[in-house]
Design a protein around this ligand. Structure first.
Ligand SMILES: Cc1ccc2cc(C(N)=O)cc(O)c2n1
Length: 322
C-alpha cells in the first residue's frame, strides 16, 4: 500500500502539470493518449486500494481532462495545410506546375492573390441561416475541437450575418497583437507567474480556455481568409470571395493583392516583408492562391495540400517577441 500511495501522489502531480500546460499555456506537454494512460493507471490503483483514492483524483472530478475538455467536431471539408516555398525559384516552379496542370500556354493570363500568412491558429466558423452555430479549431484537419462559446467572445467574429448563404463556413486565423501580448504577459507575471512564449501560444491558450469568461478577458483578433462548406458560391474569384467576406462583416487582411504575374507576386512578397516589423502582429510568409475559383476546382488538392495554393515563407529571423 505504501508504494500505491506514493504512485498515486506521483500520478496526481504529473496529471496536474499536464492539465496546467494544456489548459493555461496551450503547450501540451503530453499527448491526449499519454494523459489517458495516466488516468487509467490511477483508476487501476484506486480499484485495488479504494481507501487511498485522493481528493484531487481525476476519477473524482467531472470530465475536464484534456482529452474531453472540448467536444470534437468533424469538419464538413478538411482544413488543409499549405505547401511551403523558401525562395523565388520555388515560387516560379509552383506557377509553372499550375500552368502545366491546367494545360495553359506560357503566355495565357493566370492571376493569383498574395496575402500575409498570419502566424496564429486556424479557426472554422459555421453559420446556418446567418447564425454562428459552431466554431472549431483545425485539430488534425479532419476533426477539431468545439470552441464556440470562446469564439463568441472575439469582437472580430460576428454572431450573425445578413445576406450570407444559408450554410457558410468561414475560415481564418485567430491571433493576438504584439501590444496585447505584452500587456497580457505583464498581467500574467503579476498574477499566475506563467507567461506565454509568443503571441501564437497566447492566442491558442486563450482560445482553448475551458472558461469562456477567461477567453473574454483575452484580446483575441481574427482575419478571415478562406471558407469551407458553402450552400452557394461567394464569388467567381478568390479576390471577390474575400471582398464578399469583408462585406459580410469579417476582418480581412488589407495587404492582400491580386497579382497578374510572378513578378507582381514576388513584388507583393517583398512589400509585405518590408512591412513585417510594423504590422503589430506576427506573420511568417505570404500565401499565394490561384484567383479564379473554377481553376482552383480543376487543380483540386493533393493528400493534404491544395495544388492551387503556396506559402512563401520568410527566412527564419531571430524571434522578435520572445
Ligand atoms: C487554404 C488556406 C489554408 C491555410 C491558410 C493560412 C493562412 C494564414 N495563416 O494566414 C492564410 C490562408 O489564406 C490560408 N489558406
Amino acid at each position: 500500500p505504501e508504494e500505491a500511495r506514493d504512485e498515486l501522489a506521483a500520478l496526481a502531480a504529473e496529471m496536474a502539470r499536464a492539465n496546467l500546460a494544456y489548459h493555461r499555456d496551450d503547450a501540451p506537454e503530453i499527448s491526449d493518449a499519454d494523459y489517458d494512460a495516466l488516468k487509467l493507471r490511477n483508476a487501476a490503483i484506486e480499484a485495488m486500494f479504494p481507501e487511498l483514492k485522493r481528493s484531487d483524483s481525476p476519477s473524482e472530478q467531472v470530465g475536464a481532462a484534456p482529452s474531453e475538455a472540448f467536444a470534437k467536431v468533424r469538419h464538413a471539408k478538411p482544413m488543409l495545410s499549405l505547401e511551403n516555398a523558401f525562395d523565388d525559384a520555388e515560387v516560379v516552379e509552383f506557377v509553372e506546375r499550375v500552368r502545366r496542370f491546367l494545360n495553359l500556354a506560357p503566355d495565357a493570363p493566370l492571376a493569383f492573390t498574395a496575402e500575409p500568412k498570419i502566424d496564429g491558429l486556424s479557426l472554422s466558423l459555421r453559420y446556418e441561416d446567418g447564425v454562428l452555430v459552431t466554431a472549431a479549431t483545425r485539430g488534425d484537419g479532419e476533426v477539431g475541437e468545439n470552441v464556440t462559446a470562446n469564439a463568441r467572445t472575439i469582437a472580430d467574429i460576428p454572431d450573425r450575418l445578413d445576406g450570407a448563404p444559408g450554410v457558410i463556413e468561414v475560415r481564418g486565423e485567430v491571433y493576438m497583437s504584439h501590444a496585447d501580448f505584452e500587456a497580457l504577459n505583464l498581467r500574467q507575471a503579476e498574477t499566475s507567474g506563467r507567461t506565454f512564449a509568443n503571441p501564437r501560444n497566447a492566442a491558442a491558450g486563450s482560445l482553448r480556455q475551458l472558461d469562456p469568461k477567461i477567453t473574454a478577458a483575452r484580446p483575441l483578433r481574427f482575419f478571415a481568409y478562406a471558407w469551407g462548406e458553402l450552400s452557394a458560391p461567394l464569388a467567381d474569384t478568390q479576390d471577390g470571395a474575400i471582398a464578399r467576406l469583408h462585406a459580410l462583416g469579417f476582418a480581412t487582411n488589407p495587404l492582400m493583392r491580386r497579382c497578374e504575374s510572378v513578378d507582381e507576386m514576388l513584388g507583393q512578397y517583398r512589400l509585405i516583408e518590408g512591412q513585417r516589423a510594423t504590422l503589430g502582429y506576427d506573420i511568417d510568409g505570404v500565401v499565394y492562391k490561384v484567383d479564379r475559383l473554377d481553376l482552383q476546382a480543376r487543380l483540386g488538392f493533393r493528400s493534404t495540400t491544395p495544388r492551387w495554393a503556396l506559402a512563401h515563407k520568410f527566412s527564419a529571423e531571430r524571434a522578435t517577441t520572445e
